[in-house]
Design a protein around this ligand. Structure first.
Ligand SMILES: [Zn+2]
Length: 231
């Protein structure tokens, strides 16, 4: 059995009396109940509000991201409110941000409390206030590309996609690839490889590979949509 206490499930439950464990196995833990959001922001003011939440924590946390659903039906199910729709395994889950950015935030405090405070509270605060004060999250494809351009300091979706490909390969192999930044050197000879190696530690090669194909597919869909609009 996985030692769920290592990631602070008990601490989280002790601090959040409305939440309880509804399922616990070797592959995931599910927490559900009323989450009392009590957040402060110097300029924008305080928020005190109850949300019904269902949090699915994968056993591979912190290298995999929990799925959070709002079950009190307060948040409208649409893109403007950053709720995922029609996405396999993720329907109705909150779109908390791009994967690597969330993994980075979790790594700062790899416990359930850390995840909730850094990723879920800012989201719920903004939704409750009806404004995204912690940085506007654009939905899906464009938002992810922008986030990754920022994280890796490159521009263009092709470069971002090549970086994800490098993350899906072994260090030794990807270091021999032409650098995704376009400098003309091999990745191993460019400073970009430091950034890539830093991100490598946050998740498995397999998961980066899945994300690579997912983004490749989103790029294809986005371009097709653009071409159809033009025609
Ligand atoms: Zn380079």
């Amino acid at each position: 059995m996985k030692d769920w206490d290592k990631i602070g499930i008990t601490d989280f439950l002790l601090n959040n009396s409305g939440m309880s464990i509804i399922s616990l196995s070797d592959t995931k833990a599910i927490l559900q109940g009323t989450y009392h959001l009590c957040a402060h922001h110097k300029k924008r003011g305080d928020v005190d509000f109850d949300y019904g939440l269902r949090i699915e924590i994968p056993a591979k946390f912190p290298n995999e991201i929990p799925i959070v659903r709002e079950i009190s039906n307060i948040i409208p199910r649409d893109d403007d409110h950053h709720v995922n729709r029609d996405k396999k395994n993720y329907t109705d889950s909150l779109c908390l941000g791009s994967r690597i950015k969330i993994l980075q935030k979790i790594s700062e405090n790899p416990t359930i409390i850390g995840f909730i405070e850094k990723c879920v509270v800012p989201f719920l605060y903004s939704i409750t206030k009806n404004e995204f004060v912690f940085g506007e999250l654009k939905h899906y494809y464009n938002g992810i590309i922008e986030d990754y351009e920022d994280i890796f300091d490159v521009s263009g979706s092709n470069k971002v996609i090549r970086i994800l490909l490098c993350l899906s390969k072994k260090k030794r192999i990807s270091n021999k690839y032409p650098c995704p930044c376009g400098c003309g050197k091999r990745l191993g000879k460019c400073i970009l490889h430091n950034k890539i190696n830093h991100i490598r530690r946050l998740a498995s090669k397999k998961s980066f590979k899945e994300e690579y194909y997912q983004i490749l597919n989103e790029k294809y869909l986005a371009e097709r949509k653009y071409l159809m609009k033009k025609a």
